[in-house]
Design a protein around this ligand. Structure first.
Ligand SMILES: C[S@@+](CC[C@H](N)C(=O)[O-])C[C@H]1O[C@@H](n2cnc3c(N)ncnc32)[C@H](O)[C@@H]1O
Length: 196
């Protein structure tokens, strides 16, 4: 579990500058941008956690409304200063906060700070508040491994969590294929919509 104070002060201020050159950062950006192209103008995207709001311009360019949720006041302040018209809520996603319904949700770079029970609970929360989700997650085939202080999740357990949360996996696009884990963008859809 990530300490609540980790994303504050200098870490928050330097967050984007330190990561925006990463290959994964660009791949995530492009994946989210393509996925949003199918979203009707005026619809709402839940960005959880929104962090410093790296995707806010993508929403604004497409006429999408955004609710950004994050537990860090400093990350939210940086996101709010971008003045894209998004709304923000400071909340801990593990506590199942009340979040209004949105058509789509973006959940990037959170999963691997969560324990398996926390991930299950966040997936159930997202499933109850949205229809389609783009999830960035690192998974391992057999057991969880630590990568730079973050953990991977066991693929079979994630699939079980998604089943419980009534979420179908529409597609997975691998971003990083390492020996012990795969970091991928998963496109999820709430099952009652799939069934029609
Ligand atoms: C690595 S950043 C990712 C932010 C953004 N999604 C991105 O891709 O840049 C992780 C963010 O998750 C937030 N966070 C971590 N645990 C959280 C929780 N339990 N509830 C809400 N936000 C959380 C942190 O405050 C931080 O802003």
């Amino acid at each position: 579990m990530i300490p609540a104070t980790h994303y504050s002060g200098r870490v928050a201020r330097e967050y984007e500058a330190q990561r925006s050159g990463q290959w994964e950062w660009t791949a995530e950006h492009d994946a989210v941008a393509r996925w949003l192209d199918g979203a009707p103008r005026g619809s709402t995207v839940l960005d959880a956690p929104v962090g410093t709001g790296r995707f806010l311009e993508l929403y604004a360019e497409r006429g999408l409304r955004c609710l950004g949720v994050d537990c860090s006041a400093d990350m939210l302040a940086i996101a709010a200063a971008k003045n894209t018209g998004a709304a923000f809520l400071r909340a801990d996603l593990r506590d199942s906060p009340f979040i209004p319904f949105s058509a789509r949700a973006v959940c990037v770079r959170l999963a691997n700070w969560l324990t398996p029970p926390e991930l299950s609970s966040v997936l159930r929360l997202l499933s109850s508040r949205t229809r389609e989700i783009v999830l960035g997650i690192a998974t391992s085939p057999v057991c969880s491994v630590e990568v730079g202080g973050a953990r991977t999740h066991v693929e079979r357990m994630v699939l079980e969590d998604l089943e419980t949360a009534q979420l179908s996996v529409e597609r997975r696009d691998p971003v990083t294929l390492a020996r012990e884990y795969t970091y991928a963008i998963w496109y999820l859809q709430r099952r009652d919509d799939v069934a029609g």
